[in-house]
Design a protein around this ligand. Structure first.
Ligand SMILES: [Zn+2]
Length: 325
């Protein structure tokens, strides 16, 4: 019996090797069918988004899969039958489907080799149209929503209600975050509302705000944990004021996609600074955070020119963990 393949996301240092496998072996199962940008030029972006999945046996690639989020498409899948155990292709594709779901994709398509039709049908894909070209690749499609976890289906439901497009996650390169259920009070915010964080983040916040205070810096909490229903409420309130959804989404994350759901994000201000305004970056408090927050595990994730195309939020700090540096 073959050793079971390990299925995981590709790491940055593997980019070259994965690119070689895909370039050399295409098409095995899925045909790229993409015109324009050669695949290897897209791989760096895919890797950053966690959209390159590998199956590994004894340090060798048994399978490699690439997912294009904006096209909602699997664009390459190489399998090495000599190394793969029977369950590996199914597990490899399932891992890519899970990534797609986390980015908010409700369905996935791909162009497959005729020989792969039976296999793809067995894992839930259907012909996209009846009139496939006899010799060419065959377009197939699968709905991911039906088998998604409850919380993910709940996010889809909220997005439908609010009119948020399926392309939101891919466009902003953001994945869904489940509501944190293990929360600890961190006291009261500037509006006298009790605020909550995940216990690890709460402890780090106490250490960090204590250290700041010793340096004469007062850090005030504007907001910490927010669940997706609360986030949806913020958006509904703006819709009722007559804002369009696109405009709202430039200032508020879509429900299900805010780091605040994780119980690890904090919005901060300094005495005298305006709440949630970029000029927080001009304060002593911000300068102190920029120099010291990492020692407490906090990082600025929505920095200037961030990859999510979100405005600079110098007030927003995310607890990445003790190893942040
Ligand atoms: Zn924030």
């Amino acid at each position: 019996m073959k050793q079971q393949a390990q299925i995981r996301l590709a790491k940055p240092e593997e980019l070259e090797a994965v690119a070689r496998v895909i370039e050399a072996r295409l098409p095995d199962l899925v045909q790229s069918g993409s015109q324009g940008t050669p695949l290897k030029h897209q791989l760096g972006g895919l890797l950053e988004d966690g959209c390159l999945v590998v199956a590994e046996v004894d340090g060798r690639y048994a399978g490699v899969l690439a997912l294009d989020l904006l096209k909602q498409q699997l664009i390459a899948c190489h399998l090495n039958p000599a190394l793969l155990d029977k369950s590996a292709p199914r597990r490899l594709i399932a891992a890519a489907e899970q990534r797609a779901l986390l980015y908010g994709l409700r369905s996935l398509r791909c162009n497959i080799q005729p020989a792969a039709v039976r296999f793809m049908f067995s894992i839930g894909y259907d012909l996209e149209s009846e009139e496939a070209d006899a010799d060419g690749p065959i377009p197939v499609r699968k709905s991911l929503e039906a088998n998604a976890e409850d919380w993910i289906r709940d996010v889809f439901q909220l997005h439908r209600q609010l009119g948020i497009a399926e392309s939101y996650g891919p466009r902003h390169r953001l994945t869904m975050i489940e509501d944190c259920r293990n929360l600890e009070s961190i006291g009261f915010d500037i509006y006298e509302r009790e605020q909550w964080l995940h216990p690890g983040a709460a402890a780090a916040w106490r250490r960090m705000s204590g250290a700041a205070a010793s340096a004469g810096i007062v850090l005030q909490v504007v907001s910490a944990y927010r669940g997706r229903d609360y986030q949806a409420g913020l958006i509904r309130a703006k819709l009722e004021k007559g804002w369009g959804i696109e405009r709202i989404l430039t200032v508020s994350a879509a429900p299900g996609f805010s780091q605040h759901h994780s119980g690890r994000a904090l919005d901060l201000k300094a005495p005298g600074s305006v709440v949630l305004e970029e000029d927080f970056a001009e304060t002593e408090a911000y300068r102190w955070l920029a120099a010291n927050a990492r020692y407490f595990g906090f990082v600025e994730t929505l920095g200037r020119n961030n990859r999510h195309g979100i405005i600079w939020e110098p007030w927003h700090w995310y607890f990445k963990g003790a190893a942040a540096n």
